[in-house]
Design a protein around this ligand. Structure first.
Ligand code: ARG
Length: 247
């Protein structure tokens, strides 16, 4: 009898243990293809970040839950513990490093300028030229927003219009509310493919590193970083990138 009870107890514990596989919550902003976007058919968030995060969680034996939020809400959600990590094509910056820790970088991003095909803006330098006054669309709280605020708005060379996401910024460009949009290159390619009459300027604004953001001194950082580094070393990350970005 005792033996049966003991076995029953072990079974119960194993079952609850299994059901309780830790879930890691990833915060992202899912209008940023090919890093994160909604799959039209399944309605799920897919993309490079979603897949790399899934591979990390698989290595750690955790479940993954992806939470969609405004981009500028991600870091506060990380620091207050609402989410375990932020992964959103997020650029490593000195400023963000004051409030979060970053993993090793897993991808490169480039800030580029999207304009209408017939735009008089032909090079990034046109945005900084003496006496210009352009309206620049950006996604609020991104590095594109920061750079344009510093380089253009603060210098009196134009105004920055901030939108909740890249899609809205591009919509403002097609409807003539702004003269250009400064945003990361891979989403930019997706946006111009989806909207006629737009192009990306050849000159680049800035080159950056993407990494995963975690709460400062979190125990998780080392684990996630180790898993990510293994996935970089064995080619998994590159294979995921190549699946979404066809050169
Ligand atoms: N790389 C830029 C930044 O870190 C933009 C990232 C926007 N990401 C997104 N999922 N909407 O500021």
């Amino acid at each position: 009898m005792k033996k049966i009870l003991a076995i029953a107890l072990i079974c119960m514990l194993t079952l609850t243990g299994m059901a309780m596989a830790e879930t890691l919550k990833m915060g992202t902003n899912a209008s940023f293809p090919p890093y994160e976007f909604y799959d039209d058919e399944t309605g799920e968030i897919v993309g490079i970040d979603a897949e790399v995060a899934a591979a990390i969680c698989e290595k750690l034996g955790c479940e993954l839950e992806i939470v969609d939020m405004d981009f500028d809400a991600i870091i506060p959600a990380v620091t207050t513990g609402k989410i375990d990590f932020g992964m959103a094509g997020m650029t490593v910056t000195e400023e963000r490093m004051q409030s979060v820790d970053f993993t090793t970088s897993y991808a490169t991003g480039i800030q580029v300028v999207i304009v209408k095909e017939d735009s008089e803006i032909v090079s990034v330098d046109d945005l900084f030229a003496e006496g210009t006054n352009h309206k620049i669309g950006v996604q609020q709280g991104t590095t594109g927003d920061l750079y344009c605020s510093w380089d253009i708005e603060d210098e009196g060379l134009g105004t920055v219009e901030r939108y909740k996401n890249g899609t809205d910024a591009v919509l403002a460009l097609t409807s003539g509310k702004v003269d250009c949009v400064v945003i990361d290159n891979e989403p930019a390619k997706n946006y111009i493919a989806a909207n006629e009459g737009l192009k990306i300027l050849d000159t680049e604004y800035a080159v950056e590193d993407y990494a995963i953001a975690l709460a400062k001194d979190s125990e998780l950082t080392e684990k996630i970083n180790a898993a990510l580094e293994e996935l970089i070393a064995d080619g998994t990350v590159q294979a995921i990138i190549d699946k979404y970005i066809v050169a």
